[in-house]
Design a binder for this molecule. Structure first.
Ligand code: ATP
Ligand code: MG
Ligand code: MG
Length: 384
């Protein structure tokens, strides 16, 4: 069988491997950690660093087509792999998504034809930049330009004094964003093939808890048809402008006045797209396989309403004791699809799995998600 390669061995790599294997591919993973979720299921595990030249050469020899599941993979590694095979998404696209300021410049450029812009912002790399911050960017959020995720690497600042303190602690390159009045948050998953054919999934609505994605409802129950169309069109324009190949997820804010703002993008399948595995004709992982293998993209039709609940390590903890959650009770809920990532150790705030409830209506899917929260002993989201 022909082989597909992947940089990164986390749960996204594992679910990609499952989809690839279902379609007859073998999978090779480059990942320095031994017992990672993807290496448990892949046929080949190159256990070296993402920038190890020998590791990259080995991966290249094992798999002529390579993708990434980790957005902070060194862009140079993707470039190197592209000299010997097909790499999607390309290093240039991943580089933009790795740098918030480059990403915002790119979104601003796209805004000229999508009409959707990023939050007002200002890049800060020096004291001089810091002192030229305009008043109307405060209160704001100071974010590191690189490596931030799950709300890490960002600080909310109410005034100049807090901004100076925060910048002194963060160091390096940052971007200050104006704090916007969010009504709710949505994300749009798009995919594009080498031939330029692109597809867009239904819009998903996301609730975070402590900076980590908590639930996704799809299709978004709050979004109006016009806003959904606008976000989907912006996502299609963005993926075309990038010349991107593969699955891309773009986060948007819906503001209290009903307008939308583009926040950030992830150059890979995304946690908010996990619902596609159980609720759409083609999952985001199968779509990534199709794009990478240069096969036709699959239908993005959603056949069931879906409510996805992330399962964090916290639910293993009962005070000091650790115990396996009651999966039998979760699976007794109609339409429950449990996905566990095979992580050996449960740690608080660690993504261990997710469960998606599919149903004939969003009301039912949400009610089932709420029942699961009761079983797991976690507070249900107010909006779900
Ligand atoms: P992810 O885990 O999605 O990659 P991240 O750490 O890269 O997250 P962001 O998505 O930029 O960070 O921000 C995290 C959250 O902070 C957002 O989902 C949103 O709730 C809030 N937030 C970020 N920027 C703004 C803003 N300009 N105005 C209001 N809220 C914001
Ligand atoms: Mg991010
Ligand atoms: Mg985000």
């Amino acid at each position: 069988a022909s082989r597909l390669g992947i940089l990164g061995g986390g749960q996204l790599g594992r679910m990609f491997a499952h989809a690839a294997q279902a379609m007859g591919y073998q999978v090779a993973v480059l990942e320095p950690e031994a017992a990672c979720p993807a290496a448990q299921v892949a046929e080949h595990h190159v256990q070296l660093a993402y920038d190890d030249e020998q590791g990259l050469a080995l991966l290249s020899r094992l798999a002529p087509r390579v993708t990434t599941e980790f957005e902070n993979v060194p862009a140079d590694s993707l470039k190197l792999l592209a000299t010997g095979g097909f790499v999607a998404p390309a290093a240039a696209c991943v580089s933009i998504a790795q740098d918030r300021l480059a990403e915002k410049h790119f979104f601003t450029r796209c805004g000229l034809h999508t009409g959707v812009y990023p939050a007002p912002h200002w890049g800060i790399a020096s004291e001089e930049d810091l002192n030229s911050v305009k008043d109307d960017l405060l209160p704001g959020i100071l974010k590191t330009t690189r490596m931030g995720y799950d709300g890490k690497g960002q600080v909310r600042v109410r005034n100049r004094e807090e901004l100076h303190t925060a910048y002194a602690l963060m160091q390096g390159h940052c971007v200050l964003e104006k704090m916007l009045p969010l009504a709710y948050e949505v994300s749009v998953l798009v995919a594009r093939g080498v031939d330029g054919e692109a597809v867009v999934y239904p819009i998903a609505e996301n609730v975070h808890r402590d900076g980590i994605l908590f639930t996704t409802l799809a299709p978004s129950p709050n979004v109006s048809p016009e806003v959904a169309r606008q976000a989907q069109k912006a996502a299609l324009d963005i993926i075309a402008e990038l010349g991107y190949v593969g699955v891309l997820c773009i986060e948007f804010f819906v503001l209290t006045d009903g307008s939308i703002v583009v926040n950030e993008m992830a150059p890979r399948p995304h946690n908010s797209g996990h619902y596609t595995m159980d609720a759409c004709d083609t999952s985001q992982f199968e779509q990534q396989v199709r794009a990478l293998a240069q096969l036709p993209l699959g239908s993005v039709r959603q056949h069931s309403a879906a409510a996805m609940l992330n399962i964090l390590g916290d639910v293993w903890f009962d005070g000091e004791r650790q115990r396996e959650p009651a999966w039998d009770k979760i699976l007794a809920i109609p339409g429950a699809h449990l996905h566990l990532y095979g992580k050996a150790e449960a740690r608080r705030a660690r993504k261990m799995g997710h469960v998606t409830f599919v149903a004939s209506s969003m009301e039912l899917a949400r009610a089932n998600l709420r029942s699961a929260c009761v079983i797991l002993g976690i507070a249900a989201p107010e909006s779900a």
